[in-house]
Design a protein around this ligand. Sequence first.
Ligand SMILES: Nc1ncnc2c1ncn2[C@@H]1O[C@H](COP(=O)(O)OP(=O)(O)OP(=O)(O)O)[C@@H](O)[C@H]1O
Ligand SMILES: [Mg+2]
Length: 264
Amino acid sequence: MSSVIEVANVSKAFGPKVVLKNVNIQVEQGESLVIMGGSGTGKTVLLRIIMGLLTPDSGHVTIDGKTIQGLSIPELFEVRKQIGMCFQMAALFDSMSVFENVGFALKRHTKMTKKEIALRVDECLAMVGLKGSDKLKPAELSGGMKRRVGFARAIALKPKILLFDEPTTGLDPVMTDVIGRIILDLKHELGVTSITITHDLKSAFMIADRVALIFQGECLAIERPEAFKLNPNPVIQQFLRGDADGPFLQDPPPPKRTPQEANV
Ligand SMILES: Nc1ncnc2c1ncn2[C@@H]1O[C@H](COP(=O)(O)OP(=O)(O)OP(=O)(O)O)[C@@H](O)[C@H]1O
Ligand SMILES: [Mg+2]
C-alpha cells in the first residue's frame, strides 16, 4: 500500500541558508506522525512544502499518490481540500465570529446550504468542546479556545489529512493535555492521517504512532515512540532530557558558573 503523504529527498535553502537536507518521510493511512526539532530547524517550512505553499529546491511530495510539485493551481487546490492545516498561531480571521471562521471554507468551497453549513459548524465545534461559542469573536477567546477554533475550522471540510503546527505552544499543561486528547479523538473519530509539530514531549508521546526529529535540516530518526526513547543518538537523548549541554545547540551555552561566581 502506498503512503498517504510521502516526502521524497526534499531539500530547501533560502539564499545561503540550507534549511532542509534530503528529507524523507512517509506517513501511512490513519497514522499520526509527530515531528520535533529545535526552533528554526525547518519544521514549518516542511509543512508548507507538504501543502504546496513552498516549492522545494529538489525532491518532491506525494499526497495520496499525486505528486504536488508541477500540478496546476486548480489541481493543487483540489489536493489542498483534502488537507486541514492548523497554523502555528491559530490564524483566525479577527473580524469574523467563531461561526464564520469555522464555516468559511464550507461557504467558499462547497454548495452546502446555510442550514447544512450551520449543522456542520455545530458538529465541528462540538468535536473540539466548543459547542455554543459560535457567536464569539477571536478577541473574546483564550489561547486554548483559539487553537480549538482553528482545529474546528481545519476539520470542517472533512479532510483526509490534518497538519498541526505547534498546537500547544504557549498553553498551560492542562490545556496542552486537552489539545492532545482532541487530536487523539480526531484521529479515532475521523481516521485522519496527521502530522503534528510539537516541542511538548508529553503530548508528542500521547498522540504519536511514530516520532521524527529534525536536526540541522536532516531527519535524524523516524520511529515508534518506544524505540525513539531508547535511540542512543546523543542529539535525541539530549532533546529528551531537555539539557543545554550536548551536541543539540549549534551555539553552545556559556559555561556553568561555580557557586562562588554565581554569588558575585
Ligand atoms: N520565506 C522564507 N524566506 C526566507 N527564510 C525563511 C522563510 N521561511 C523560513 N525561513 C527560514 O527558514 C528557517 C526555518 O524556519 P521554520 O519556520 O521552518 O522553523 P521552525 O522549525 O518551524 O521553527 P519554530 O520551532 O521556531 O517554529 C528559519 O531560519 C527561517 O528564518
Ligand atoms: Mg515553526
